[in-house]
Design a protein around this ligand. Structure first.
Ligand code: C5P
Length: 401
């Protein structure tokens, strides 16, 4: 399993002989699925050529102040925002001291100061420098501020001495970096997701639709990306921004959603149907705008195809998750739907009375064949992360057997 798929690692390299090991670190990070950009201090460039990192990362290397404006759309603030994690490896004693002081006197320290992302440092220095009270105090302050410290290890040093201060080996650093991310439970999994309402045309101007805002589906897309999945989102009309790194396909009607799902589902490992698909559509939609009449109008409706049931009827069906929005008797209805639609898991919630659609918070219960789990009311973003963890555990359990 690729432990870092979808993760963006900004690797800071400072001036230490251990910098040569960071070349191997870039290779291993990419092998685990991470995208890597490298920022070097000017001293680091005396130990190792930027070209080495450029070739291994596949991206230009930043070092001088204005490097971050070299036309790849990555000004220093963009670069800081881009990173899911900043890893300074090797982190020299001088770099640690500057970080502790909050200095911004080169590109790397500025990025660390300007980033809200997780930061980790992998110290590398002579054992006496490591033992020095100043370094110890710097490290203690950095840890207190939430900066992660990876290593150092003990052993022979470039200066001929033996002791603590060696940078961890690249394999150990990759382990440590993977551990900084809470969930990689869907790493490498291909996930297809529907979200939002559908619009069923009555005529050229009018349609039938529902109150779905798409917020839950979009929060799930974001959470699945964070958990390492490769996400395709088939979306009904919503007023939401596409989460970064999600492939989004826009549709209007249930028929369009059906077609989009069926053309994308092959090869999917997990399918989550969070869309509020209209059950019925006008039987004879008019291409023209229908004129007002004085008498009442009968709107003949016909049933839409059930998208999720069509997916579970496929011979190579993905692990499938559906939703049940109910106003009463939630468990009985949810369990009946779980069976009828051939789902692996169903998320049921109470709607009506200001709950469910359109709002930012929700509570729900997940049901599967022989169990259930209630998730307390919280933001849809948090709920989505909890759901993705549970979906990931069940998906992994089914793929193991
Ligand atoms: O039957 P009901 O609409 O309550 O089922 C809800 C679940 O079925 C949701 O996961 C919804 O996305 C899915 N669904 C579907 N196609 C339909 C109707 C519902 O995929 N035509």
């Amino acid at each position: 399993m690729m432990e870092l798929s979808n993760k963006r690692v900004l690797l800071g390299v400072s001036g230490s002989i251990a910098a040569y090991k960071s070349a191997e670190l870039v290779r291993l990070l990419r092998k685990q699925g991470a995208e890597v950009r490298v920022v070097m201090t000017s001293t680091a460039t005396e130990f190792i050529q930027p070209l080495t990192f450029q070739a291994l990362s596949g991206n230009i290397v930043y070092s001088a102040w204005d490097d971050a404006d070299r036309g790849d759309g990555m000004g220093h603030i963009e670069l800081a925002r881009w990173a899911d994690v900043i890893v300074v490896a090797p982190a020299s004693a001088d770099l640690l001291a500057r970080l502790r002081q909050g200095m911004a006197n080169d590109l790397l320290t500025t990025l660390c100061l300007a980033s809200a992302s997780t930061i980790a440092v992998a110290p590398a220095m002579n054992r006496l420098m490591w033992d020095n009270a100043a370094t110890k105090e710097n490290l203690a302050v950095l840890k207190q501020r939430g900066i992660h410290v990876l290593g150092p290890g003990a052993g022979g040093q470039a200066c001929g001495e033996v002791g603590l201060g060696r940078m961890l080996e690249p394999e150990q650093l990759v382990q440590g970096i993977s551990g900084l991310f809470s969930s990689g439970i869907l790493s490498g999994a291909k996930l297809l997701l529907t979200a939002g309402p559908t619009r069923e045309p009555i005529d050229a101007m009018r349609f039938l639709s529902n109150r779905s805002s798409g917020k839950m589906g979009y929060a799930l897309a974001q959470a699945a990306i964070e958990a390492g999945a490769d996400v395709t989102l088939v979306s009904g009309p919503v007023a939401l921004a596409t989460p970064d790194r999600v492939k989004r396909l826009d549709v209007n009607s249930a028929d369009e959603m059906y077609e989009a799902v069926m053309s994308e589902v092959a090869g999917s490992d997990v399918f989550i149907c969070a869309a509020a698909v209209a059950d019925y559509k006008p039987a004879n939609p008019s291409k023209e705008k229908v004129k007002r009449k004085d008498n009442n109008v009968d709107l003949a409706l016909t049933q839409n195809r059930d998208i999720v049931a069509s997916v579970t009827a496929l011979p190579d069906k993905p692990f499938t998750v559906g939703f049940a929005a109910e106003t009463s008797d939630i468990e009985a209805h949810a369990r009946a739907k779980l069976k009828r639609k051939g789902l692996d898991l169903i998320a049921a919630n109470q709607v009506g009375d200001g709950q469910g659609a359109e709002v930012d918070e929700n509570a729900m219960t997940l049901y599967w064949a022989d169990g259930s789990q209630h998730l307390e009311k919280t933001s849809k973003a948090k709920l989505a992360r909890q759901m993705v963890t549970i979906i990931g555990e069940h998906y992994r359990a089914t793929t193991r057997t």
